[in-house]
Design a protein around this ligand. Structure first.
Ligand SMILES: NC(=O)c1ccc[n+]([C@@H]2O[C@H](COP(=O)([O-])OP(=O)(O)OC[C@H]3O[C@@H](n4cnc5c(N)ncnc54)[C@H](O)[C@@H]3O)[C@@H](O)[C@H]2O)c1
Length: 360
């Protein structure tokens, strides 16, 4: 990216997994790049500036739920672009600690907008990292009729009977604008709420809103101390320790694992002013190529010479069965498509785990 084309960029949660990768890709093209991050100790191993944040990025340690922290940032900085990444992301905790999610993801977003208003700032563009969690179980096509519709969260009884899929129906790739939002966990509700709060404010103030709904992001730099980071990190830890990976249900649930480099590239495209995205854009970001969890577990086991994964038949209430998306719109609008195949990406991730004194 040529220097200073983007203008000033403020990235909330900018020292996190995606924020650091994005900074390495795009900060040199901005006139100023400020990462506002509380350095949540559940994610960051040490309280200092994390390795892997681009040298051009200024790190402001602060909390998006604190008006005073916003006043500190906005006193001398009126960003052209806000990339909103700061969030509570531990889906598994969201039932036991719902207020964490409403406080940071919903209130934090509202506090940010109030601060921008207080300082008279209307960014040209706001980009938010939303999630595939807004779709919940997503849509399924009934085999007999061809009808497509959302399904509710699977019940405890269904799961106890090992009825993993919805009988007589096949899952359909999620597509923003077509698939109904139907979040089934509190994290998903909070991400959907974030989208709504931002749409209302950006629409009224004339800022372009870009919502990127991410599938499962993985790769070097993902927090390894956070037990809720996602199944890939868990699988890698288990196989690297020489144990067989336990795989829930029947192992055939589908996921769309998208590599961090591809996700950073999608955000970089989204903030490229040459694209001049329309006022309200909502895109799915994944590979568009789902893979079964069992197949991924097998590939990771092979990478570490660990025993074959074991299908346990266990389940977790609230887990959705399948998740992947169509990437046609992202390709058309952003001129972007994921370049890293999961087979290569997973091997790269496994190598990084072994050699992880190299910070990213
Ligand atoms: N990684 C994924 O698989 C994935 C999938 C879908 C959506 N997302 C979304 O992408 C965004 C970034 O995710 P990530 O994977 O980089 O997560 P991450 O946890 O690595 O990064 C989030 C960052 O936000 C910071 N943060 C948390 N609460 C904050 C607060 N109150 N004030 C300021 N900073 C705060 C954390 O310290 C962390 O550095 C999140 O909004 C998440 O919901 C991620």
């Amino acid at each position: 990216m040529s220097p200073s084309r983007i203008g000033g960029v403020l990235v909330t949660g900018g020292a996190g997994f995606i924020g650091r990768a994005l900074s390495r890709r795009a900060a040199s093209g901005a006139s100023r790049w400020v990462a506002l991050d509380v350095l949540n100790p559940r994610i960051h191993e040490s309280p200092g500036r994390p390795g892997g944040l681009a040298p051009e990025a200024e790190l402001v340690v602060g909390d998006i739920t604190s008006p005073a922290d916003w006043d500190r940032v906005l006193a001398d900085f009126h960003p052209d672009v806000v990339v909103h990444l700061a969030a509570e992301t531990d889906t598994g905790l969201s039932l036991d600690h719902p207020t964490r999610f409403t406080r940071v993801n919903l209130d934090g977003t509202a506090v940010m907008l109030e601060a921008l208003s207080r300082h008279g700032v209307v960014p040209r563009q706001v980009v938010v990292a939303s999630s595939r969690a807004v779709y919940g179980e997503g849509e399924w096509r009934t085999s007999a009729t061809g009808e497509v519709g959302s399904r509710p969260l699977r019940t405890q009884l269904q799961l106890e009977r090992a009825e993993w899929d919805f009988a007589g129906a096949a899952p359909v790739a999620s597509t923003a604008g077509r698939t109904r939002e139907n979040p089934t966990n509190i994290y998903g509700v909070s991400k959907h709420g974030q989208e709504g709060i931002l749409a209302a404010w950006c629409g009224a103030r004339g800022a372009a809103l870009t919502v990127l709904r991410l599938q499962n992001v993985y790769g070097p730099g993902q927090s390894l101390i956070n037990p809720y980071t996602g199944i890939l990190a868990l699988f890698v830890r288990t196989a690297a320790g020489g144990s067989a990976i336990p795989v829930f249900e029947d192992g055939r649930m589908l996921r769309d694992f998208v590599h961090i480099d591809d996700v950073a590239a999608a955000f970089a495209r989204a903030i490229d002013p040459a694209l001049a995205l329309p006022e309200n854009t909502c895109l799915d970001i994944g590979t568009g190529r789902p893979e079964s969890v069992l197949e991924i577990a097998r590939a990771i086991s092979r990478a570490y010479d660990a025993p074959d994964p074991v299908i346990t038949g266990q389940f977790r209430n609230g887990d959705i069965r399948h998740a992947w998306c169509s990437v046609d719109d992202a390709e058309r609008v952003l001129g972007w498509r994921a370049a890293v195949a999961w087979e290569d990406g997973v091997a790269d991730y496994a190598r990084w785990y072994i050699d992880r004194e190299v910070p990213v």
